[in-house]
Design a protein around this ligand. Structure first.
Ligand code: ADP
Ligand code: MG
Length: 352
């Protein structure tokens, strides 16, 4: 028990959580400041993927990140965990977690944080699990890797997390191999891995994108349940606004690696202000239409010749904007506050 970590005791965890809640009035769990990430192509050119992204995540909050394919959502998720590929360049920014800048953290420090304090759920369940290992053991290994207790404790915690996700089927599922499970069950195992250590933040990157509509709904219900029962703090990334309604507290709308709009989910989803968000919602069927949730992908951003360095001036949405004005071509709109919690990057609101 010498190395037994203090957070392995649940009541201590809750005390710590209370401290975090107190911090909420002063700050946040995760804070992203002016993050700029580019990818280097074979010929050495840089193309921007994140272009000055800033936001914070409050304790117990679900932040929905919404954007088309190619808008930089996965780049954001990867940069928060120090998992960016080698061809990427972090040009500026900070990712503050518990007073540390994760962009400056040593690989070993990041490895300790990943999965324990901040965990990531990817979209493709079949590649993420080891094919010849029982899934129960795969969850236990994560707890073990993060020193979450002795053998009995690891077994107990594994059972507990399987019960949370599979109820009375827990034991049977834990003894199964990935190929014996359905896509939805495998996705639940990935969720089990992600929450096993009771992380402060879970980042889910299009966790339902590869699932059929029925399973998609089932997994979404799992997330809603976790949120309600465990008070999970989460960044939920999707290209489908329907998944966020009634679930996310706030919504951040991404366009071409920039925050176009950020505000309370109810406001952004029902009364969007940025011309891009408005266009985005016009282009998709009604939110409560259950059937085509899986196929309903948004149009991809056409290759933008202006994404190279140095950045173009002006609003990135200007070329596609139905409401563009002269000023939008040459000047960066920055952010306009519509209320204390609702921001939009658009000149149309500048004098309101
Ligand atoms: P999203 O998850 O919203 O679809 P991504 O973060 O995957 O967006 O991609 C953002 C932009 O960065 C896209 O233009 C994409 O083509 C580019 N990109 C992503 N990963 C790489 C990579 N490893 N190398 C080069 N370009 C990349
Ligand atoms: Mg992605």
């Amino acid at each position: 028990m010498g190395n037994y970590p203090w957070f392995a005791h649940r009541h201590v965890f809750l005390v710590q959580f209370g401290v975090l809640l107190q911090h909420a009035s002063m700050g946040s769990i995760l804070e992203i400041r002016d993050l700029r990430v580019a990818y280097r192509s074979r010929n050495g050119d840089l193309s921007r993927a994140l272009d000055g992204v800033s936001f914070f995540l409050g304790p117990g909050e679900v932040l929905g990140v919404l954007g088309e394919s190619g808008s930089g959502k996965s780049t954001l998720a990867l940069s928060l965990l120090g998992l960016l590929p080698r061809d990427s360049v972090v040009a500026s920014g900070a990712v503050l977690f518990q007073g540390r800048d994760l962009l400056k953290a040593e690989p070993r420090e990041l490895q300790a944080i990943r999965g324990k304090n901040i965990s990531l759920i990817f979209q493709e369940p079949s590649v993420a699990l080891h094919p010849t290992m029982r899934v129960g053991r795969q969850v236990r290994q994560i707890l073990d890797a993060h020193g979450m207790g002795d053998r009995d404790e690891l077994v107990r915690r594994t059972r507990e997390v399987f019960e949370t996700l599979f109820a009375e089927e827990a034991e049977r599922i834990a003894r199964s191999y990935p190929h014996q499970l359905s896509g939805g069950q495998r996705q639940r195992v990935l969720i089990a891995q992600a929450i096993a250590c009771r992380p402060s933040v879970v980042i889910a990157d299009e966790p339902t994108a590869s699932l059929d509509p029925t399973t998609q709904k089932e997994i979404l219900d799992v997330f809603r349940g976790l949120r309600k029962n465990l008070g999970l703090t989460m960044i939920f990334i999707t290209h489908n606004p329907a998944l966020l309604s009634g679930f996310a507290d706030r919504v951040l709308v991404f366009y071409a690696g920039r925050v176009a709009e950020l505000g309370p989910a109810k406001r952004v989803l029902t009364s969007p202000k940025h011309p891009y968000t408005q266009a985005l919602f016009r282009s998709i069927p009604p939110l409560d239409e259950p059937h085509d949730a899986g196929e309903r992908s948004l149009p991809t951003i056409p290759p933008d010749p202006n994404r190279s360095f140095p950045p173009r001036s002006g609003c990135p949405f200007e070329p596609r904007c139905p409401e563009r004005m002269e000023i939008c071509k040459s000047r960066d709109p920055g952010f306009v506050s519509l209320s204390e919690s609702h921001m939009v990057s658009c000149f149309r609101y500048e004098n309101q």
